[in-house]
Design a protein around this ligand. Structure first.
Ligand code: FPP
Length: 267
């Protein structure tokens, strides 16, 4: 199994002094439009300001020792927005990718894009491929950008992959496990998200990582995405650090296994 985090094996968080740091943070960056509207500006100005916030959060996660940061940049459903907003967003992705990738590379960040990339124009597809190739050997923070992505699309891709294996006689239906499904999905080679953040005051997951968020801790913030700064990220991580993750076990079992681990360390 490629995924090293499952409900049976709680995600080992990293230690930053006394604080537990999530290995993988996944974010729905909501509130760009309202941020701009509040300032009587066109919505695209909010998305532009959103790119600045992305920069701050990438730096914050790198400094804290987060291993993976997944950002929901464009959902499969965002094509339903006004044509002009969609085309300005595409332009913004093009310029942001061109401009930011050098900085990311310099900072040892690995960039990955998940989603149905074929839905984008050829120039954007090319730029995505170039950015991924340039940064693929980097060993610092992995930034995953979910673009033309949907959780249901992701699960469907995995189901198709399994169906093809069954059809080819490589796998029998009876032998299919949740791990087979997980292996066929985006992020299969990365730890599952420990912390999910949604900004902008909405409390839903909007077809984001439906499969991968099964055991993730949720954090909802009223802050509009362009205002989500390093302090806001620290607050989210501090909230995560107070959570007891049980993965189906009782609180007592969790405390006992923690005590055993401490004992093992000191012996
Ligand atoms: C949701 O806010 C935001 C988006 C659909 C776009 C997110 C894109 C960025 C932050 C910029 C680019 C990011 C990268 C990684 C290159 P909304 O428009 O739904 O806000 P609203 O709810 O206030 O209308």
């Amino acid at each position: 199994m490629a995924n090293d985090t499952s409900p049976d094996t709680p995600s080992p968080t990293l230690s930053d002094g006394e604080q537990n740091i999530p290995r993988h943070v996944a974010i729905i960056m909501d509130g760009n439009g309202r941020w701009a509207e509040k300032r009587h500006q066109p919505r695209i100005m909010g998305h532009r300001a959103g790119v600045e916030a992305v920069r701050g959060v990438v730096e914050g996660c790198s400094k804290k020792g987060v291993e993976v940061l997944t950002l929901f940049a464009f959902s499969s459903e965002n094509w339903r927005r006004p044509k002009q907003e969609v085309s300005l967003l595409m332009e913004l992705f093009m310029t942001a990718l061109g401009r930011e990738v050098k900085r990311l590379h310099k900072n040892n960040v690995r960039l990955r894009v998940i989603g149905d990339i074929k839905g984008f124009n050829k120039a954007l597809q090319k730029r995505i491929a170039k950015a991924q190739t340039l940064t693929q050997e980097n060993t610092g923070l992995t930034v995953v950008v979910a673009a033309n992505y949907g959780g249901r699309w992701d699960i469907t891709q995995a189901a198709k992959h399994l169906a093809a294996q069954v059809q080819a006689g490589e796998l029998s239906v009876e032998d299919i496990t949740p791990e087979h499904m997980a292996d066929g999905m985006s992020l299969a080679d990365l730890p599952e998200p420990d912390l999910f953040i949604r900004t902008g005051g909405e409390s839903r997951i909007s077809n984001f990582l439906l499969w991968q968020l099964a055991y993730t801790e949720f954090y909802f913030s009223d802050i509009l995405w362009p205002d989500f700064n390093r302090d806001a990220l620290d607050d989210a991580i501090a909230s995560f650090a107070t959570r007891q993750r049980r993965f189906g076990r009782t609180g007592q079992q969790v405390e006992q296994s923690k005590a055993n681990a401490t004992l093992e360390k000191t012996c």
